[in-house]
Ligand binder design. Structure first.
Ligand SMILES: Cc1cc2nc3c(=O)[nH]c(=O)nc-3n(C[C@H](O)[C@H](O)[C@H](O)COP(=O)(O)O)c2cc1C
Length: 418
């Protein structure tokens, strides 16, 4: 067994995988995956809300078998989680989006590929034995988006996820201060003084790069700083790598856009709206032909000080019972009990953002496989100890199995690792 294989086998929680990822990947890269907006109140809140939620446990029960299957916008999933779109995943591992879709397929679930990805869409669907979803940003404008939709359809994606919470980019200050663009910027075209300045910025990164030569080898072996290969202009040229703020500012979407996007995507495969915070927007999504809605605050990376997603779910789910939609959520899911509690509000499945980054960054295929194994055994234990056998039963008995904590403060809660 190699050292890495041993470390992955020893990992028992997703937090262990996150730590492995941070050891392997330089901070200038891993901070992009960690960070949240502004003071990161919402980022921490997403995790704290789960830590503060409790369940009951019924004793003297023994089940031969559990069934984790669920159905989401016409897709049958073997486990009630899917991979949420995470941009620039390929910074963590060669062809990371294809690696992620392969693992998702092996576990009978779905991978959602971000528009802001360095891996061709065709490679992502080819790697999976299951279904893949394509997440759309309007970077490059309408014509570019229409080319992207057509290409995603040809590549075999089975749902389109439209993210609506990125009218501008949130401020992720710590990462911005690390000057990530200087790390990948080329010297070509600069005057001699700027060349020297850029060289100094790059040299400053040496202390974090030198202990991480395996990452450097993988990164440059995979072609180095990626282009956004699925965002192509009318001459077929991919969009060069640029900072995410610029990308998101150029991709604001409105409800009117949803009309032509839905027309272009067609009626035979579902449209899902991601980044919904309130029942009103869920209703608008249904009016615009969506089949599913993802409650999400973008992992605390957009508007800081919005409530934790779990609280959004608890408040809004009772108000959307009449809508013909399937509901999912993402934000703060770190273990199997989190998944059980989220599902108890009637959700069909939950999305994994940073857990995906933890697994892929810790060890590619083997790392993400380990993350999924951990969640599977976590959820298995939680279902047996609480006393539920199926996702349908979690839905039916949701209010009965949840408990409010009567402990005040957060001194009893574990530290937030990510
Ligand atoms: C590094 C990173 C990149 C992300 N990129 C995208 C993206 O390209 N498109 C999108 O819709 N959401 C994106 N998200 C948001 C995730 O899809 C998801 O909403 C969020 O990560 C869920 O919170 P969690 O990380 O606590 O699981 C990103 C999140 C992270 C952490």
């Amino acid at each position: 067994m190699t050292n890495r294989e041993q470390q992955l086998a020893d990992a028992l929680t997703t937090e262990d995988l996150w730590r492995l990822m941070r050891r392997r990947v330089p901070p200038v890269v891993s901070e992009y995956f960690r960070g949240g907006a502004d003071a990161e109140t919402t980022l921490r809140g997403n995790v704290r809300a789960f830590q503060q939620s409790m369940t009951t446990a019924y004793g003297a029960l023994s089940f031969d078998k559990l069934d984790m299957q669920t159905t989401m916008v016409g897709h049958d999933l073997a486990v009630p989680w899917y991979i949420a779109p995470v941009g620039s995943l390929r910074m963590l591992w060669p062809m990371a989006d294809a690696v992620a879709s392969q693992v998702a397929g092996e576990f009978g679930t779905v991978m959602t590929q971000s528009t802001l990805s360095g891996t061709p869409v065709e490679a992502v669907t080819a790697a999976s034995q299951g279904d893949c979803w394509f997440q759309l940003y309007l970077c490059g404008g309408r014509e570019t988006a229409l080319r992207g939709i057509e290409r995603a359809q040809k590549a075999g994606f089975t749902a389109l996820v439209m993210t609506i919470d990125t009218g501008v980019s949130g401020l992720r200050a710590l990462h911005a201060k690390m000057k990530p663009m200087q790390a990948v910027a080329p010297f070509g075209g600069l005057n001699p003084i700027d060349k020297v300045k850029l060289a100094i910025d790059k040299v400053k990164l040496a202390p974090q790069m030198l202990p991480r030569l395996s990452w450097l080898r993988d990164f440059y072996g995979d072609g180095g700083a990626m282009e956004f290969v699925n965002v192509v202009d009318e001459r077929g040229r991919p969009m060069p790598y640029a900072d995410i703020g610029t990308q998101l500012a150029a991709s604001a979407v409105t409800w009117d856009d949803l009309t032509w996007i839905k027309d272009a995507w067609g009626d035979d495969k579902p449209l899902i709206v991601k980044g919904v915070h309130c029942a009103d927007d869920a209703r608008k999504a249904a009016d615009h032909g969506a089949a599913g809605v993802i409650w999400s605050n973008h992992g605390g990376r957009q508007q800081d000080r919005v409530p934790p997603v779990l609280h959004i779910v608890a408040n809004e789910m009772p108000q959307v019972k009449d809508l013909p939609l399937d509901f999912m959520m993402d934000g703060g899911i770190r273990n199997g009990t989190d998944i059980l509690i989220a599902l108890s509000y009637g959700l069909q499945a939950v999305g994994l953002g940073r857990v995906t980054a933890a697994g892929i960054g810790a060890g590619g295929h083997a790392g993400l496989t380990r993350a999924f194994q951990i969640l599977q055994s976590d959820l298995d234990r939680a279902m047996r100890l609480v006393g539920v056998q199926t996702v349908a039963e979690i839905h039916e008995r949701g209010a009965e199995i949840r408990r409010e904590s009567e402990l005040k403060g957060d001194g009893h809660l574990p530290p937030i690792v990510f």
